[in-house]
Design a protein around this ligand. Structure first.
Ligand code: PLP
Length: 371
């Protein structure tokens, strides 16, 4: 099987499974209790938090564990409910876990401004500058698009936000960017969402980076865990798996090598008359518009041949149409013909090219009614 849907989720590394197992079987104590074994569990958790922070380019104490990036994103957006007189700026390219809670803010009377994206998938930074003003309380811009891999210029946007709205918080959804672009500390963000299952860890663990000087209101009240910001006993086995996976991913990741595989795939699809979406790219996602071939039919066809690809984002998989592709200027018919190929650290060129041939052969058969 050739798995090319890594933007949806990645295979869990063996080392992450072992780390979780060890934390469940031997280190299962509540890290907030006070006897020796519990203190050891807390020490292990704190070591893992430090390890994760250091790999991500954050300082110790800047990471709060959550259950997933959806939770991190919702937390950040919902904080704005407490500031009903301000406005919130997001982009049309956001993942649903930013976009939907932002839309729900409107029910609380908050002015939510959605900045357009360009046909390349990147945010229009002039329009963003025009949308941000002295009353803006939060700006949220996705770092790397889960739909196309398009990279937004987060440092440049940070400078715009600081100049136009010095009191606003600047958040970025970094799920598809982590270890594929720059370290968090260099981005100029106040808040940054992270999901572990895109990096070789299990589903069910994520984090929110909160810059040291930044204050946001707690997500969950209770026992005061996670610096009082997210109460609830921490998921120590998955935190151990997260740290172990991240260490392994950071050792294996070779952005130039993966971008080279993507370039070769791009060449293959362009030669076959397909259109590639997304401009400035992370190198890990290739979204291909295959004329007159419905992605769902092609996805099922290639699955039978041992190739797994995505269509649109996994989270939007059940919905008709694609909000982000349509914001890039595609009509419904065109977005239904888009497949998403997403690579990981273990994708090799031979597998990728074999899959590409199976995909284009399949497209040809489907188009000619030969299946
Ligand atoms: N943000 C982006 C850009 C994503 O790609 C995803 C998942 O596909 C999420 C947020 C949600 O992540 P999680 O599955 O951890 O909730």
């Amino acid at each position: 099987m050739i798995y090319l849907d890594n933007a949806a989720t990645t295979k869990v590394f063996d080392c992450a499974v072992k780390a979780a197992e060890q934390a469940m079987l031997d280190g299962y104590f509540n890290p907030n209790a006070t006897y020796k074994s519990a203190v050891e569990a807390k020490t292990a958790m704190d070591d893992n938090r430090r390890k994760i922070a250091s790999i991500l380019g954050a300082k110790d104490g800047e990471l709060i564990f959550t259950s997933c990036a959806t939770e991190s994103n919702n937390w950040v957006i919902n904080c704005c409910r407490k500031k009903p007189n301000g406005n919130v700026v997001i982009t049309a390219g956001e993942h649903a876990s930013v976009f939907e809670p932002a839309m729900a803010l409107k029910n609380h009377g908050i002015d939510v401004r959605v900045v357009p994206i360009k046909p390349s998938g990147e945010v229009d930074t002039d329009a963003l500058a025009a949308a941000v003003d002295g009353d803006t309380t939060l700006v949220s811009v996705i770092h790397v698009s889960n739909e196309t891999g398009a990279v937004n210029p987060i440092e440049k946007i940070s400078a715009i936000v600081r100049a136009r709205a010095p009191r606003a918080l600047f958040h970025s959804d970094g799920v598809q960017a982590v270890l594929k672009t720059k370290p968090i500390s260099s981005l100029g963000v106040d808040l940054y969402s992270i999901s572990a299952h895109k990096l070789g860890a299990p589903k069910g663990i994520g984090a929110l980076y909160i810059k040291k000087s930044v204050n946001i209101s707690p997500l969950l009240y209770g026992g005061g865990q996670e610096s009082g910001l997210r109460s609830g006993t921490q998921n120590t086995p998955y935190i151990a798996a997260f740290a172990s996976a991240l260490e392994q991913y950071s050792k294996l990741v070779d952005v130039a090598k993966t971008a080279d595989i993507r370039d070769k795939l791009k060449e293959h699809f362009e030669k076959s008359g397909c259109t590639i979406l997304g401009g400035n790219n992370s190198g890990f996602i290739l979204t291909v518009l295959i004329p007159d071939v419905k992605a769902e039919i092609l996805q099922n066809y290639v699955f039978e041949k041992g190739v797994i690809i995505g269509k649109g984002s996994a989270c939007a998989g059940s919905k008709r149409g694609n909000r982000v592709l349509s914001a890039m200027g595609l009509d419904m018919r065109q977005s239904e013909c888009c497949i998403r190929i997403s690579l990981s650290v273990d994708t090799c060129i031979d597998d990728a090219m074999r899959a590409a041939q199976i995909i284009t052969d399949g497209a040809e058969k489907i188009r000619s009614g030969n299946v």
